[in-house]
Write a protein that binds this ligand. Sequence first.
Ligand SMILES: Cc1cc2nc3c(=O)[nH]c(=O)nc-3n(C[C@H](O)[C@H](O)[C@H](O)COP(=O)(O)OP(=O)(O)OC[C@H]3O[C@@H](n4cnc5c(N)ncnc54)[C@H](O)[C@@H]3O)c2cc1C
Length: 472
Amino acid sequence: MLDVIVIGAGPAGVFAALRAADLGAKTAIITRDEFGGMAANDGPVPVRTLAQAARLIREARQLDMYGIAVSEPVLDYPRLLARVRTVVNDVRMHSALRAQIDSLQVAVHEHAGTARFVDSHTIETESGLQLQAEKIIICTGGVSRRLSVPGFELTATHSNAWSLTSVPSSMLVIGGGATGAQVASIFNAFGSKVELFEAGPRILATEDEDVSAVVADAFLESGILVRKNFGKIESFEKTSSGVRMIFSKDDVLNSAEAALVVVAVGWTADTARLNLSTVGVELDHRGFVRVNTYLQTSAPHIFAAGDVTGRMMLVPQAIQDGFVAATNAVRDAKMMSGSQVNPIGSFTDPEYAQVGLTETKAREAHDVVTAFVGFDSTTRTIIDGRTTGFCKLIVDRATSKILGCHVVGERAVEITQVAAIAIAAGIRVDDLARVPLSFPTYTAILGRVAASAARQLNLEVNWQANRAEDET
Ligand SMILES: Cc1cc2nc3c(=O)[nH]c(=O)nc-3n(C[C@H](O)[C@H](O)[C@H](O)COP(=O)(O)OP(=O)(O)OC[C@H]3O[C@@H](n4cnc5c(N)ncnc54)[C@H](O)[C@@H]3O)c2cc1C
């Protein structure tokens, strides 16, 4: 019998297996398909490669502004997909993780088919493999949520991008969350006529309201038709050139059609065939595996980590959770999962990112000051012709500590990482304002916005750190 079996080789599973083996546990990892999971093969890595192509098209269109004459960029989609495959393979080959897993003598069972519990300690896969272990860590990730409406099988998910032979002439994207917004932004840049349907009153509902508003305006300006509060989907039906969506609002039927309909209405746990009920592993009301703060399920020897628990659903958090679950499984320890500082971002045009509390959430519990600097007023964004966006800082009036940072615009995700470090270090906003950030850079906006917040708090920003930005 093994000490630990990890099911699923995405970021959560790989880090769980690494940690378990590092602690001396005899460990095996089983995964249905490729090592690396969705992150490496179907999520951030390939999608970011498409986003990079979209960025290059935008940048090519900017060349004229700098006196460089070229013809209009033309996308060869099959060649782009070949690039995606190269990137995915390169990332996999250069990942040090596989070598570490092998050096720790973790038994890796790739392409094993779907695994399921036979009994509390036995796992069997479709390929016929049967393994037993004292402890089991479920890291099976998630799948796109399906809707039970007639004709749903006519729709696509983001994964269908890998099998398209050309860019669809038109696309309906259903769901204005992170995945839907990325799909809409990327295929709009590729030349599809995109309509983005959001059931709620705003797209990117988990972002700060100002961020949602600026991204929605930028989408509209770039040609994406954003349809908020659109109502309820009734059905999908085939047309001669694609798919029609029938929807209703206030009892009035309406329809929209396109060559392709992509549905991105959320993520659910990939547990359907695990046979969890027979081993006493409970799901929560959303269908994710229920875990306590030690990532232990309702069956004490079974742990879960990553998207399957329905928490942050991001790679860094999946990695952290894999580490915590394995530590607790092997050592019978009580390491807690979760961090106060979780930078989140997305590679749309414009990019957006956040760390900490939104302004609305911060105001519920704190007396706050907010500072705001627009991308139309910083040197680097003007140089690069990237003047859409802003950086907003939310600061606690009592402690002068940073509660949240929200950025829309070029390099938003990178800028927010620096704010995350400031929040994690617990530094005061006037201390951040004194850091002499390089000039002219995108991140320097943080110095400006921090100085603005510090001034509102009557804190002295006596070192002239960010004067370069103010005086040019
Ligand atoms: C379009 C898109 C873009 C994203 N972009 C980002 C981003 O920019 N940054 C970011 O941090 N996150 C991003 N994410 C989220 C990120 O990909 C996930 O949070 C992360 O992959 C979760 O890791 P995981 O290990 O929990 O699961 P996964 O990566 O989903 O891995 C789970 C693995 O388990 C396998 N499996 C499932 N069931 C079984 C079974 N019964 N038996 C055997 N194997 C099984 C699956 O095949 C899969 O290989 C994105 C997601 C999507 C969909």
